[in-house]
Write a protein that binds this ligand. Sequence first.
Ligand code: GCV
Length: 681
Amino acid sequence: MPLRNNERLIDQLTEQDVLSYRAWLQYCPVKDEEYKQQIEAVLSVVTVKETSIIIDAALSELSLGLKEMCAFQPAITTQSNQNGLHITIEDTQGKETFHITYDKSQLYLSAGDDRGVLYGVYHLLRQIQLKTPLEQFGVKEAPKNPMRMINQWDDMNGEVERGYAGKSFFYDQYQFIKDRTRVKDYARLLSSTGINAISINNVNVHENETDLIFDRYLADVKQTADIFSMYGIDLYLSINYAAPMEKGLTTADPLDEDVKAFWKDRAKVIYDNMPHFGGFLVKADSENRPGPFTYGRNHAEGANMLAEALAPYGGKVIWRCFVYNCKQDWRDRQTDRARAAYDHFLPLDGEFLDNVILQIKNGPMDFQVREPVSPLIGGLEKTNYLLEFQIAQEYLGQQKHLVYLVPQWKEVLNFDTYQKGEDTRVKDLVSGKVLNQKHSGIVSVSNVGIDVNWTGHLMAQLNLYGYGRMIWNPDLSAEAIALEWIKQTFGHDEALVQTLLNIVIPSWETYENYTSPLGIGWMVNISHHYGPNIDGYEYDNWGTYHFADRDGVGVDRTKETGSGYSTQYHKENFECYNDVTTCPDELLLFFHHVPYTHKLHSGKTVIQHIYDTHFKGVEEVEEMIARFTTLRTLIDDARFESVMERLNHQLYMAKEWRDIVNTYFYRKSGIDDIHGRKIYA
Ligand code: GCV
């Protein structure tokens, strides 16, 4: 039978494809005989008394990994007098935690629950892949963030919104793809990094997709939920707020009794089928999606109605704050999209039920290369929330450009909001440590698709891996995470490891250098968001994004003369951003409109900074390519070629960005580059 579009069976992969497909779970044979024997001595017998589907999955992963790496499979027993690995569950430990000790040739893995066992097993397998000496296996781990979530933006027609790695491996032509191998392997990849929740359909829920919560698809959803729950991952569905109207009601008003009954009935049917179902994810009143505003209701009323329907079953409503219903006009400099999430949601703080969780994008705009941290984080006091990142590189080169995102995310997590005085960092707010919210954590839009290497650009696997590892423990450094990934993905050769590290670590800054300078953002084509288009978002009645004219550039968001966005921060940050003399260079044009000759803290003028960084960005991509070229013999052909092809494209695009940005600002400002370089294309 011919395969449908999105179906690509795993057993059809070539040997070379397999290396790309296995990502960081390569489980390559261990060559060091002595190490192998040591591993065999402590892992050839595994004692475990408890059983559950998650423990079964952990044991089969352990068997698979050991078979591949060390050519043996452990005997599993319940007899506690054996040597080897001893797995126990001690519920006095916290949920999802594990504690590994190595003592006199015995390994002990004691976990808080079965998810802890799974994470402990992945930890052991990671240590073997990293060739960690047995004596260093001991560790006590607890995830810092309770919810560690992934959002798929997969449509049931098989497309992925903002997907840059091919089509969906969940759906094709309004059917679930029958072969679930990909889904299961995705669950393994995710849970190996500690992910514990996923929503499997796009937040933009199109017609027909409401059937995901009806009989037509419920069995398929359940089957998918069962796969994820083997790996400790709770499944959520995005819903259309106007679903009741798709099914015959005349309204979706959250205060209408029939609407309430509709959702209660759906909740019952879903939980009767899937007691482990996580809940609903909702994009309402945003980018033409329906929502409570239509009925004169606010978002707390809208979300609470769903929350009441899910509450009897322990379900949650995740409600996105990406709401910006202001239509902007370039002549109006007071209306500001950046203000929208805070203006809408802060007044509702404390009004949401305790199974509602707000989902807040990391910045006030939309995943730009550089944005300040959303002031809602640090603003809300009495509301559950998740911080939202995007692993898919919508505005960051769309997985054609190599951009390692963990350094960017870590800047967000380390940002001091001053909500409870100095040192109230985002990472401690979203983890629940400061405010003790009932639910909290981090979520991100995924970057996977049907491409054999999952992420289109092989190096973009690092962002998926890095996201999971970083939200498990935000104190891991970007470098440590990259090191783990490189060794597990490509091996341990010292030159290879160091070279790849030198390539990935500065790559976010490189991307920023050749694209949007000093916090402006947006200078892309409005439809697909790829490639330079300086006025792409300007003068289209939607955005006011850089305001470049002959005298200056940047958006005035100050209290006195601008949109007042800066006032949404606590005093320390407000004062810092609001004052042009203290505002950090990298965000200067996000907060201020300044002349081209304005001097940055670096001592350069704004216009000279633009020229210099754009030349530098291109040189850095050339350097990346030169470095990568030295790895020709150290990486297999297929992976080497696929990365090289994308790097060459990145260089082509970096030059285009440089020439278009520099020419634009040269024309606007009329100021020459002091180095006399040719900037006029
Ligand atoms: C899923 C941006 C993207 C949209 C996306 C939206 C969102 O606007 O371009 O594709 O929609 O964000 O986060 O809801």
